[in-house]
Design a protein around this ligand. Structure first.
Ligand code: SAM
Length: 263
C-alpha cells in the first residue's frame, strides 16, 4: 500500500477518534477475548494499533510500563488526553521503531488487517518481543462484513471493503514466520477463529459504526455509492432480518498468540 494511502487511512481513523468508543462493539468484544490470551502480569507491554486508548486501562492495570503505538496522530491525541501518564508513539506497524527484545508482551487488537504484509509485520513484532513473552493479536478474516459486503458486490460490482485474509492464509503466515526465523523455532502458536455477529436496527446504523470507528477509507478511484444503490442494498438486506427483528453484521475474526521461546 503506497504511503499516501497510509496517510489517508491515518486521517480517516483520526477523524473518528473522539466518537470511536460509541461505535466499537465488535472491537470491544475482540479486545476482551484477546486479553485472555496474555498472562496476568504484563511487565513492559506494547499496545500496537492502540486507537484512542480503548484498551489502555485494561492493559496498564496489569503492566509495569505501558506503550501505546498507532499510525494515526488523531487517535494518539485522544488517547494521550485521557491517559497522559503513559507512553504514546506515532508510527507504522510495518516499520517498527523499537529495539529487539523491548517488550515483555505485545497486544494488537484489530489493526493488522490494515497492513500490506502480515508476515513482515509479525516478524518485526516477534523481534521486539523478549524471550518468554507473548504476542497476542486478532485480525479480520474472509467471510467478514456479511451479508452487507455481498450485497454491495451484487448491486455495485464491488464489496466496498478491504480484501480480508482467508483463515488458511493466516495460519500459513503464522507458521512461515515461526519456521523462517530460527530464533523463534520453539514458539508455540495458538490459533482460533470466531464468528461474531453485531446486531443493528437498520443498515444506516451499521454504516454509522463503520464510519464511527474510522474504518471507512476507500482508495481513490473507487466509485462512491449512489443513493439509488444504497436504497437497493437496504431493501435487499431486509430478507436477512433475524427472528429477533434485528439485522446482523457478521465478522470472522482470527485470534492468535505466539509465545517466544526462551533460548
Ligand atoms: C479498528 S482500530 C483498533 C483500535 C484498538 N486496537 C481497539 O481495540 O479498538 C485500528 C487501529 O489501527 C491503526 N492502524 C492502522 N494501520 C496501522 C499501521 N500501519 N500502523 C499502526 N497502526 C495502524 C489505526 O490508526 C487504528 O487506530
Amino acid at each position: 500500500m503506497p504511503e499516501h494511502h497510509k496517510a489517508r487511512i491515518a486521517e480517516s481513523f483520526g477523524k473518528a477518534a473522539r466518537r470511536y468508543a460509541q461505535h466499537n462493539r465488535l472491537q470491544q468484544q475482540c479486545a476482551a477475548m484477546l486479553l485472555h490470551r496474555l498472562p496476568k502480569r504484563l511487565g513492559v507491554v506494547l499496545d500496537a494499533g492502540c486507537g484512542p486508548g480503548v484498551n489502555t486501562h485494561a492493559l496498564s492495570v496489569r503492566a509495569a510500563t505501558y506503550y501505546g503505538f498507532d499510525l494515526s496522530a488523531g487517535m494518539l491525541a485522544q488517547a494521550q488526553e485521557q491517559f497522559p501518564q503513559y507512553n504514546w508513539l506515532q508510527g507504522d506497524l510495518e516499520q517498527l521503531p523499537f529495539a529487539p527484545e523491548s517488550f515483555d508482551h505485545i497486544y494488537v487488537n484489530l489493526a493488522l488487517q490494515w497492513t500490506n504484509s502480515l508476515a513482515d509485520v509479525l516478524q518485526q513484532l516477534l523481534r521486539c518481543l523478549k524471550p518468554g513473552g507473548t504476542l497476542a493479536f486478532s485480525t479480520v478474516l474472509e467471510g467478514s462484513m456479511a451479508p452487507l459486503g455481498r450485497l454491495f458486490l451484487r448491486v455495485t460490482g464491488h464489496s466496498h471493503h478491504n480484501r480480508f485474509l482467508r483463515r488458511s492464509e493466516l495460519l500459513t503466515y503464522v507458521q512461515q514466520v515461526i519456521a523462517q526465523t530460527g530464533v523463534f523455532a520453539a514458539c508455540s502458536p495458538k490459533f482460533d477463529t470466531e464468528y461474531i455477529g453485531i446486531p443493528y436496527m437498520n443498515m444506516r446504523d451499521m454504516l454509522y459504526d463503520l464510519k464511527g470507528i474510522g474504518a471507512n477509507y476507500q482508495p481513490a478511484g473507487r466509485a462512491r455509492l449512489t443513493r439509488k444503490q444504497l436504497r437497493q442494498v437496504e431493501e435487499d438486506l431486509e430478507c436477512y432480518r433475524e427472528t429477533d427483528g434485528l439485522l446482523y453484521l457478521n465478522w470472522h475474526i482470527g485470534f492468535v498468540s505466539i509465545t517466544k521461546a526462551i533460548a
